[in-house]
Design a protein around this ligand. Structure first.
Ligand SMILES: [Zn+2]
Length: 272
């Protein structure tokens, strides 16, 4: 399958983990890692970035090191992730977190944000929607894990609010980039999921966020996310989606397609 990417997304598949580069401002570096170009084997082949899925930790560490070496010209010392719990808690990453040894996983959260240089913040996904939220002047950024449960709880709007409160940014100063996720072509859900989203005030009047056929309902995570962020004040021109389905395009790990035994790709952002 040929990959059609348009600005602000481009493919870097030079040696090391392949990733979709996002053109963000100035000192910011952002992207979405893909499956190819890694050292992991079997169900985790090749560029698995998660220590929590049963893969060999030494190979995951090598994949992460190779990604770090590739992005930001060696200016990032480590990747910080968190224990993702499908909630809406946002965690500010400070200098103390950055100075801590090793590439650690922080406490429970589904969004990480920072205004400090030198560290890559990441979320791990394999069908859930990863988001990067960037200050257009490059002063701060967030990375967000938004599966359907997180979306229903408003995790991205919480991350936007956290960027505003912690770093005095206006919504008009932000741009949002939605990475690869399971798309409606492959995301059949029960009617209870659709009903839950129908109750969200921010989806009032929004259309096109699910499909209905004789086979049932299919949810469009990106369309839900876009409607929620526009309701939170984001300008439509500041929402960018790569529109790659993790499940039916072979570029990414997919929890559904691979029957739960699979790796994770990393959505990352940092200030260099
Ligand atoms: Zn699909």
């Amino acid at each position: 399958m040929s990959l059609k990417l348009k600005y602000p997304f481009s493919l870097d598949n030079q040696s090391g983990p392949a990733y979709l580069r996002v053109a963000v401002t100035g000192p910011l570096v952002a992207g979405f890692s893909l499956r190819s170009g890694g050292e992991s084997r079997g169900a985790f082949a090749a560029a698995n970035m998660s220590y929590s899925v049963g893969d060999d930790a030494a190979l995951v560490a090598e994949n992460r090191r190779n990604l770090l070496a590739k992005v930001g010209g060696g200016r990032f010392t480590k990747i910080l992730t968190c224990k993702q719990v499908h909630g809406r808690r946002c965690r500010v990453v400070s200098g103390r977190d950055i100075e801590a040894p090793e590439q650690l996983a922080l406490d429970e959260a589904d969004a990480l944000l920072t205004a400090e240089p030198g560290v890559l913040l990441g979320v791990l996904t394999a069908d859930c929607l990863p988001l990067i939220i960037a200050d257009k002047k490059g002063r701060a950024a967030a990375v967000v894990h938004a599966g359907w449960r997180g979306l229903a709880k408003g995790v991205a709007a919480a991350a936007v609010a956290a960027l505003r409160h912690n770093f005095s940014l206006a919504v008009s100063e932000l741009a949002v980039y939605a990475g690869p996720a399971i798309a409606p072509c492959c995301f059949a859900v029960g009617s209870e999921v659709i009903e839950r989203f129908h109750k969200l005030p921010e989806l009032n009047g929004a259309s096109g966020w699910y499909r209905q056929s004789a086979a049932g309902f299919q949810l469009d995570l990106v369309a839900v996310q876009k409607a929620q962020l526009l309701a939170a004040g984001l300008a439509e021109a500041d929402f960018h989606a790569v529109n790659i389905c993790t499940c039916c395009q072979d570029l990414c790990f997919s929890y559904r397609r691979d029957h739960a035994i699979t790796g994770r790709q990393l959505a990352f952002v940092g200030i260099s």
